[in-house]
Design a protein around this ligand. Sequence first.
Ligand SMILES: Nc1ncnc2c1ncn2[C@@H]1O[C@H](COP(=O)(O)OP(=O)(O)OP(=O)(O)O)[C@@H](O)[C@H]1O
Ligand SMILES: C[C@@](O)(CCOP(=O)(O)O)CC(=O)O
Length: 452
Amino acid sequence: MKGVRAFSAPGKALLAGGYLVLDPKYESFVVALSARMHAVVSSTTVPDNDNKLIINVKSSQFNNNEWNYSVSKDQGYDPIERDGKSNPFIEFTISNVCNYFSDNESFDNKITIEIFSDAEYHSKENSLIMSNNYMSFPFHKKNIQDVPKTGLGSSAGLVTVLTTALSSVFLKDLDVSSIKYQHTIHNLAQIAHCQAQGKIGSGFDVAAATYGSIIYRRFLPEIISQLPELSVDNFERYHNALKDVVDTCNWKMIASPTNLPKGFKLIMGDVNTGSETVKLVQKVKKWYANNQPHSLDVYNCIDENNMKIIQLCKTLDSLSKTDTVYYSQLLEGLYNGYTDDFKELKEFKHAFLTIRKNFRLISKESGADIEPSIQTELLDNCIQIKGVLAGVVPGAGGFDAISLIASENTDIESETSGLTAFSNVSWMKLKQAECGLMEEDPQHYIGLRAAH
Ligand SMILES: Nc1ncnc2c1ncn2[C@@H]1O[C@H](COP(=O)(O)OP(=O)(O)OP(=O)(O)O)[C@@H](O)[C@H]1O
Ligand SMILES: C[C@@](O)(CCOP(=O)(O)O)CC(=O)O
């Protein structure tokens, strides 16, 4: 095997914009997370291979899961798994990437990709930690689909990093810091992820996996729905349409880089239950359609406050550079709980409280438990903790992990340890990611051993 390369992509928390982000008229605030999905790729050329590509994908952290595909132009790049095993997220990624690059003259025909996922994506129960000097991953006895998820976007991370790893076999000069390549990877991954999910969602998870923390406005769903069905018979038609959608079409989306302001951090707490996003979305959509114009007023009020949060992050970022004296007083105030002395902090806190109030209203009227009362109680307790400014149930809400915005000096573990109000929360080892897609050193994945 030659030219081994490795890549990683971050997970996500949709801090502001749940549900509204499904409509291209609203913008949202997505924080990329330090929990990352990784892919180590190597390739070689084997002779007499009947023009087939052999693609082996291993996810050994999950009961040694492994998928062995053969792919060829004659089969329309529809991957055939040797033992009939299925992982739609891997399959749609392979078919789109291979189809997209099918015009390339020469490329290696035997590809091996190892997937690694950081611990916070899944429940760690009954897992064995394997580490080396650089990385640490939990190994499970169960298959990937049987290990409970925490809701950080594992499938979006997987599809994005797998798209990158596979593309690197066709594009020897692939540079993930280049906007051009990020754009190609994002578009291919977004298409594969929608096809694997069987629906066209807002795509904020794939966008964050590619670009990192972003202000996001979704692409028009027609961009993806206009693609013809991918099948053996219409390979050429699909290929031409795919090239057009990936390279030429204006997706009319926004993914502009952002960050939490200096001195602020994101904290996430898992409540170990999880929720069914699809059902929540169905109920909210039904409520929205049947309650006009009141439902539009509620959405617009949420949007006003989402925009306030986005604007306040920009204001705080610029204050941290232009008025360092005021900014350090503000950070003192944040840590010590004098938030009402600073108009920016007061407004930030108020914006989150207003969003939560509106989501509770939608919960009551639609029957979708976006902020269930148990989470209300938890969030209300959290915002009393020293240094915690605001809290919310991110994304679709429900019983997923909660998100808090706090002073970077807040030690949430020690502030809450031994208190019954927090006995059901496990604080996740997470922070905001420093970047979206990145290239990693493939040596860092070698020699993982069980810790003693
Ligand atoms: N490490 C992995 N190895 C192989 N497949 C994976 C891996 N992680 C995720 N997947 C695939 O993604 C599927 C989970 O996707 P799903 O969209 O249900 O979860 P999620 O993206 O973590 O959830 P959410 O969008 O709520 O954050 C798995 O069943 C598997 O097919
Ligand atoms: C409700 C929704 O806006 C957010 C879902 O977010 P999450 O998967 O719960 O993080 C749906 C979507 O954006 O596709």
